[in-house]
Design a protein around this ligand. Sequence first.
Ligand code: NI
Length: 161
Amino acid sequence: MLLPILRWPDPRLSQVCAPAVLDDDLRALAVDMLETMYAAPGRGLAAPQVGRLVRMFVMDVDWKTGTLAPMVFVNPEIELLGDRATGPEGCLSIPGPVTDVERAACVRARWTALDGTLHEARFDGFAAICIQHEYDHLDGILTLDRLSPEARALAVAEVQA
Ligand code: NI
């Protein structure tokens, strides 16, 4: 089922999310979030973006090249590794502007998958950026919040009505 994606400045996008409870409701939410992400189209989507303030996000960084590889991160923890670099990011909740955000080049993530198994892996490249972006959503942090006041004002002016 496609879910409506909340848009900034909806206050639900600025809340710190609660730990997720892995049950049938959460599994159904993850399936709906993946469908919504692919339809948007996007490569990552966090639960608060569909109005559910729980710590879960979905990601598939390569699907636009052909093969679907959906990932669901329940209650993720991340450790930032490597150098910091600034690169362009968009957000489905902030349609329009692409903003330059500073991120770590690598992350080590620990999370629970939908089947309840625990995972740990290291990510780099676009996946590392995407994980940091989606993880930020779980803490109520948007790309706009990581910009200088000047850059934020420019980005806000670009947000599509
Ligand atoms: Ni986003």
